[in-house]
Structure formats: C-alpha cells, structure tokens
Design a protein around this ligand. Structure first.
Ligand code: HEC
Ligand code: HEC
Length: 281
C-alpha cells in the first residue's frame, strides 16, 4: 500500500497574488522613475562636463604655473613678466600673436641657435607632451588682461599688474564709470599697483595673518582665501572694511576709524582673490 500523496497546495493563494501584484506595481514605478529621470540627468550633463573641464583647466594652470616658475622664470621673468633680457611671454603682443599649437611647438622644439632649448623628452628635454601642454595652458591663461609691452621681444618688463582703478573723487570703479557712460578720461583715477598692495599687506595684515597669508594661531589663512570667500569679492571687501565684531579683526575703513581708503581695500580684496590657486590672472 502506498501512502496517498499529499495534495499540492494551489500555487497562487489570493495573498500571494496580491503580493505579486504589489511587486509588479513597484517594478513599474521604478521603470517610470528611470524613464523620467534619465532625460533630466542628460539635461545636467553638459553643465557637469563644463564644470569638470573647467576644474581640469584650473588644475593644469596651477601645475603649469609652478613648472614655469621652476624652469622658465629665470629667463622669462616671474609670472612671465620679463625684465631678464629674454622675451616677455606675458605680453599682449606675444600672446595674441601665437596659437596654442605654435606655443606647444616653440616649447617642445625650442629655437635652434638660441638659449631657448627644446623641452620635449624626445628631443632630450625634461617634459612630456602633456607637461608642455600644461605650461601652454598656463601661458594662455595670462592672455586675458595681459599688459601691452611693445619691447616684449627684448625682454622689456611688463608694467605692474593693476589691481584697482578708482575715481578718487567719487569712489566709482572703472567698471561702474564705464557703465555710467561718463567718458573715462574725464575721471580722476587712482591706480593701485600690486607692489603698493603688497606693502599695505606686509605692514597692516601680516602680523596676524602671516607673512604670505598662510595664517597664524591668531588669525586664519587669507592666501588662498577660504572656499566660501573665494566666491565673493564683496564679502572680502566688507570684512576688511568693517572687521569682524568681537574678534581681533578690526575695521580698516577710514570712515570706521581705520586707515585705508576704499581703493586700497578694493585692491587688497582683489589681491587676496588673485592668490587663489587656479584663478587665472
Ligand atoms: C636659458 C634661458 C631660457 C629658458 C630657461 C627658457 N627660455 Fe624660452 N626663450 C629664450 C630665448 C633666448 C628665446 C628667444 C629665442 C629667439 O627668438 O632667438 C626664447 C623664446 C621663447 C618662446 C618664443 C617667444 C618668441 O620669441 O617668439 C617661448 C614660447 C618660450 N621661450 C617659452 C619658454 C618656456 C615655456 C620655458 C620653460 C619651459 C622657457 N622658454 C625657458 C630663453 C629661455
Ligand atoms: C590683530 C590681528 C589682525 C589683523 C592686523 C588683521 N586681521 Fe584679518 N582677521 C583676524 C582674525 C582673528 C580673523 C578671524 C575673524 C573671525 O573669527 O571671523 C580675521 C579674518 C579675516 C578675514 C576673513 C577670513 C576668513 O576666512 O573668514 C579676512 C579676509 C581678513 N581677516 C583680512 C585681513 C586683511 C586684508 C588685513 C590687513 C588690512 C587683516 N585681516 C588684518 C585678525 C587680524
């Protein structure tokens, strides 16, 4: 006698069927979410790529700048500003006359018969093509706002970088004057050169913020500025002008008992910003 086989339970009880339906619904919802999310993601794609490219460019500029300082500045001057008897590469006349490709060639191959040797590894130099392209990216970053140096080929020194130009009678900046339509040559302009600002920093700020702005136990680093401040010249201006209440950071604006006029403060703010790694000058 064989034992009767137990009757199999029906496959889909009503509960199982309901659970299965729930799974289908969840699956369908996920799929719909994906279908909707994908185009939205795609829409953000160019902006993301743009940001990534910009970040890469800034990194290349930073690396290129330090390569330039090490390998090229002895002849072409600090920050390519000349003054050493060799071509002033930061001159508008030079930068606007060469393409990136030509710059790449000049640096990789050098200029035969001159002190400008070849820098490409294949030609006995120290750099890979990628490293040379970083130096080229750095040089290109100097083009915007590059000073005119007619004697650039002889190595005439570029004039000091101008940090702020302000109408001393009204406090209007060059940009606001230009926007107002008043002819710029009718304005009394005070030009603040970089050297002047460096002196102001050394005498009024360095004691607390460190000789090169690296920060001290008393005060935070200001060169480079904190990420939050990098985004905003106005807030740096207002910190310097008004100080930070309740801290050792006192107000520096004349009208608040300090000794700096608006132009000097604007130049300081621009100078601190210019020190941010990667910010093209
Ligand atoms: C030992 C000095 C010296 C060093 C170091 C040097 N150069 Fe030069 N460079 C020269 C001279 C000299 C010339 C001009 C040659 C000529 O035209 O006869 C020149 C020209 C150039 C030019 C072309 C400018 C023109 O005349 O059209 C570029 C670009 C350049 N150098 C980039 C660089 C870079 C980038 C570096 C560092 C990787 C560098 N140089 C290092 C001496 C130097
Ligand atoms: C007596 C010391 C002292 C002097 C002098 C001084 N600072 Fe400061 N500074 C400070 C301190 C402390 C802070 C931080 C305040 C806080 O807690 O927010 C500060 C903050 C700042 C900040 C904001 C930094 C950040 O990341 O929040 C800037 C910008 C700044 N100082 C610029 C200057 C400049 C430019 C000068 C010269 C004109 C100067 N400071 C002079 C002490 C000083």
């Amino acid at each position: 006698m064989t034992a009767p086989r137990p009757t199999p339970r029906p496959l889909d009880t009503p509960e199982q069927e309901r659970a299965l339906d729930r799974y289908y619904m969840v699956g369908l919802a996920c799929m719909l979410a994906l279908i909707v999310a994908f185009p939205i993601y795609k829409m953000g794609e160019p902006a993301r790529r743009e940001r990534t490219l910009e970040a890469m460019r800034e990194e290349n500029i930073t690396i290129g700048a330090s390569m330039f300082a090490q390998h090229c500045a002895a002849c072409h001057g600090d920050e390519a500003r000349g003054g050493r008897g060799f071509p002033t590469l930061g001159a508008k006349e030079f930068l606007t006359s060469v393409s990136d490709k030509q710059l790449q060639w000049l640096v990789s191959g050098g200029i035969p018969g001159s002190a400008m040797v070849a820098y490409d590894l294949d030609l006995g130099g120290p750099f890979t093509a990628q490293e040379i392209s970083r130096v080229v990216t750095y040089l290109r970053s100097l083009e915007e706002g590059a000073p005119s140096v007619p004697g650039w080929y002889r190595g005439e020194e570029a004039p000091a970088r101008v940090l702020a130009t302000v109408d001393t009678s009204t406090g209007a900046t060059q940009e606001s004057v230009a926007a107002s339509g008043v002819p710029t040559d009718s304005v009394v302009v005070r030009v603040v050169a970089e050297e002047e600002t460096e002196r102001v920093y050394a005498s009024r700020c360095a004691a607390c913020h460190g000789a090169s702005g690296e920060g001290t136990p008393i005060a935070p680093a200001v060169r480079p500025l904190s990420v939050a401040l990098q985004a905003n010249t106005d807030s740096v201006y207002s910190i310097i002008a008004r100080g930070v209440t309740g801290t050792a950071m006192m107000p520096f604006a004349k009208e608040r008992g300090g000794q700096l006029d608006g132009t000097a403060i604007r130049a300081l703010a621009a100078w601190l910003h210019g020190s941010d790694p990667g910010v093209p000058r």
